[in-house]
Design a binder for this molecule. Structure first.
Ligand code: NAI
Length: 255
């Protein structure tokens, strides 16, 4: 076990760790001394990320919408490391569609991947950490704070994550469990999710220009810049912070 770094001695579970923000967070947490349980729907992808980070990291195939899969992941993590200090509920999907073309099944898929998943992550995380304390970081979005056209299920799911976070934070505090719970709200970040949404739009160059113009800083964010915010909330540096929302968006929501 590492004794140096801002997460020395801590064990963190990060969902959606095969790609983008989850992968960047895993890399940063490892550099800061954490032992890692990394999970993702993409089993081979997350196993490769864990293998590259060395033997303090466990990679597990995990569908975050599946309650029984959560039980298996928590048991495997406990078996490997014996404790849990941090849960980062990051896995999610970025699908958008116009209201009149969104079926109930499509709506439910997005809500399951982005909101049911965070509910399960909070429930299993609190159950595992209520005696020992810890930190839960839920990845919402700027679209959990402000609306956007053609992404109604996504916005609803991320708005749900924002208030789920505050409710669980208050319940933990009132119950005397030393678990802090906070949300992170990224602007558009240059990850495979956003790259795919630009590439699949009818006019990719125009779409990219439009997205850049929404960020006063004049560029998209990098996954590593979101990982730094997640690290702050996960670490003891934020020991008096709970129920809050950390916006990391290049100024998107400032106007
Ligand atoms: P990404 O697509 O690069 O990575 C998401 C990961 O989640 C993938 O590895 C995918 O396999 C995994 N995943 C998807 N559904 C899953 C499921 N049911 N069970 C387990 N794993 C699953 O996306 P990115 O950009 O890294 O997004 C990470 C989180 O950040 C998501 O919750 C996303 O909504 C959020 N976010 C991303 C923004 C962006 O601009 N990239 C902006 C705001 C929020």
């Amino acid at each position: 076990m590492s004794t140096a770094g801002r997460l020395a001695g801590k064990v963190a579970l990060i969902t959606g760790a095969a790609s983008g923000i989850g992968k960047a967070t895993a890399e940063l947490f490892r550099r800061e001394g954490a032992q890692l349980i990394l999970s993702d729907l993409n089993g081979p992808g997350v196993e490769a990320v864990a293998a590259a980070l060395g033997n303090s990291s466990l990679g597990l195939q995990h569908d975050v919408t599946d309650e029984a899969a959560w039980e298996r992941v928590m048991a495997a993590g406990k078996g490997a490391f014996g404790r849990l200090d941090i849960v980062v509920n990051n896995a999610g999907v970025g699908r958008g569609s116009p209201l009149l073309e969104t079926s109930l099944a499509q709506w439910r898929d997005v809500i399951a991947a982005n909101l049911d998943s965070v509910f399960l992550g909070c429930r299993f995380g609190v159950a595992a950490m209520k005696e020992t304390g810890g930190s839960i970081v839920n990845i919402s979005s700027i679209l959990g704070i402000v609306g956007t056209p053609f992404a109604l299920a996504y916005s609803a799911s991320k708005g749900g994550v924002r208030l789920l976070t505050k409710s669980v934070a208050l319940e933990c505090a009132q119950s005397g469990w030393r678990i802090r719970v906070n949300s992170v709200h990224p602007g558009y970040i240059d990850t495979p999710m956003v790259q795919a949404s630009i590439a699949n739009s009818p006019a990719p160059d125009d779409r990219k220009k439009h997205l850049l113009a929404q960020h006063p800083i004049g560029r998209l964010g990098q996954a590593s810049e979101i990982a730094e915010g997640i690290l702050y909330l996960a670490s003891d540096a934020s020991s008096f912070v709970t129920g809050t929302e950390l916006v990391v968006d290049g100024g998107y929501t400032a106007r």
